[in-house]
Design a protein around this ligand. Structure first.
Ligand SMILES: *Cc1c(COP(=O)(O)O)cnc(C)c1O
Length: 477
């Protein structure tokens, strides 16, 4: 497809600006550019078509099945968008006096209360911009807790090897040494290894639950007990609260601090880098360390406000990605207490049904029941027939569905990680399973052809390393 610059016809214009009826003001020559910028010149019609063509090349949940594991690509109800486009939410400024944005404060109060009830936490902040940022904020609270007690020997954060990749990154970004603990045969944290890893230098543990194998750690209470007895705090990565919400609560499992990805579990269209929002919850003894946002109080040079001198400060300007929060509240209120619980049950049921259907051909990394997602492995097929997880993913593109996550988690070779979400119907799941099985058969019959898939997409197999490391993002005349 041609770029706008290549479609440009000099002299064409798509803009209609009224004649100037105010005095002309010349900027100082020092701030003027020497020559006019090179901009594409197109009619409004051609411009509109260009973006529509681009849009048709994208794939989203509104196009079809999107089982991208660990991403929770659920359907986002349109009523959320209506709520988020109300003028009272869109036409406000973060520097307005608090007394003029009471409705926005009410949204934050209401969702905070709902999320505290869902997670069993005592306080919440909604300022972090995404999941990883929420983790960063949460681990800052834990660091602050030890600092305030004068306990500077706690330099290590324990992260099981089945955790999300952002967990070890968060520990390191916060200045801790990350200690990895292996999983046992059952895919859960190896308790013996955990006991051996804790000590007076343990600041805390970060647990992704359900873990990246889609399993709820059956020893979760024992895990938090081991950490607490060693003097550390427990952090719960609740990015994927989908199968847990309304059924069990991290607070009751012994966790001190948690983040939720509002843009996964509580809807909001996401992908391609945003927008996201994380809610970070903590127990009462960590409350004073939360980043403060809502107050008319003056800030000092470090971004701290009067009345909360112990706060970790500011992690982001103002109140976070507020419209994502509005969508999440609309979602929670429209589901209601029972609906939240039902949706968790449905997420688990859909994943297990999909898993059973795919198990006819695909090898599961962990047999048995899963939570909201599960992992398959193409390790044997790769060894025996040369067929990789990538081949399967590319073949699924030709079937018109989005592939699952591939090569993650790292602890499974040739991994395919699928998450159907609760919003898919039985028919859709059965249809998708048929496509997965057909792709598998076709690959086994002709592995050579499988390496050439996809056949129907605009771009087939780009050099992904080059694309990530040396992206070519500028048009050069
Ligand atoms: C998605 C995810 C994250 C990171 O969230 P972002 O919003 O992408 O930063 C962290 N942990 C888990 C378990 C996740 O699934």
């Amino acid at each position: 497809m041609k770029l706008l610059f290549e479609k440009s016809v000099p002299g064409t214009s798509g803009q209609y600006i009224a004649p100037m009826d105010v005095p002309e003001y010349r900027l100082d020559a020092s701030v003027l550019r020497e020559s006019a910028p090179v901009l594409p010149e197109l009619s409004e019609n051609d411009l509109s078509r260009h973006y529509t063509q681009l849009e048709k090349r994208a794939f989203g949940v509104n196009d079809g099945f999107y089982p991208l594991g660990s991403c929770t690509m659920k359907y986002n109800p349109k009523v959320n968008e209506q709520a988020a486009s109300l003028e009272g939410f869109t036409d406000v400024h973060p520097l307005q006096p608090d007394s003029t944005v009471k409705g926005c404060q009410e949204v934050i109060d209401q969702i905070s209360k709902a999320l505290m009830e869902i997670t069993g936490m005592d306080a919440m902040t909604l300022t972090p911009a995404a999941g990883a940022h929420g983790e960063f904020t949460g681990i800052m609270l834990i660091r602050k807790y030890h600092e305030m007690r004068g306990d500077t020997a706690r330099t290590k954060v324990i992260v099981p090897d089945s955790s999300h990749g952002t967990n070890p990154a968060t520990g390191t970004m916060n200045g801790f040494t990350v200690v990895s603990v292996p999983s046992g045969e059952d895919g859960c944290v190896d308790l013996k290894a955990l006991r051996a890893a804790v000590g007076p230098d343990t600041a805390g543990l970060m647990l992704t639950n359900p873990n990246t194998l889609g399993l709820f750690d059956k020893n979760i209470r024992e895990i938090t007990k081991i950490i607490h007895e060693a003097g550390g705090l427990c952090y719960y990565d609740g990015a994927n609260l989908n199968p847990v919400m309304g059924i069990s609560r991290p607070g009751d499992m012994g966790f001190d601090c948690i983040h939720l990805n509002l843009h996964k579990t509580f809807s909001t269209p996401h992908g391609g880098g945003g927008p996201g929002a994380a809610a970070v919850g903590c127990r009462a003894f960590l409350r004073n360390y939360l980043p403060e946002a809502f107050s008319d109080a003056e800030e000092d040079a470090e971004g701290k406000k009067a009345g909360c001198p112990e706060s970790i400060g500011k992690v982001r300007g103002f109140h976070g990605n507020f419209l994502v929060v509005v969508r999440a509240l609309a979602y929670i209120l429209s589901l209601g207490k029972d609906g939240i619980r039902d949706s968790a049950i449905q997420a688990v049921m859909n994943a297990n049904y999909f898993k059973v259907l795919l198990a006819k051909k695909y090898t599961m990394a962990e047999p048995g029941l899963c939570m909201h997602e599960f992992v398959m492995t193409m390790e044997r097929e790769k060894k025996e027939n040369g067929i990789t997880a990538l081949d399967i993913a590319k073949g699924l593109l030709d079937e018109g569905i989005h592939p699952p996550t591939i090569y993650f988690p790292l602890i499974v070779h040739e991994a395919l990680m699928a998450e159907p979400t609760e919003t898919e119907s039985r028919e859709t799941i059965e249809d998708a399973a048929e496509k997965f099985l057909r792709v598998y058969d076709r690959a086994m019959k002709d592995p050579e052809a499988a390496h050439e898939w996809p056949e129907t997409t605009v771009i087939g197999r780009p050099d992904e390393v080059m694309a990530a490391r040396k992206p070519h993002l500028r048009w050069e005349p």
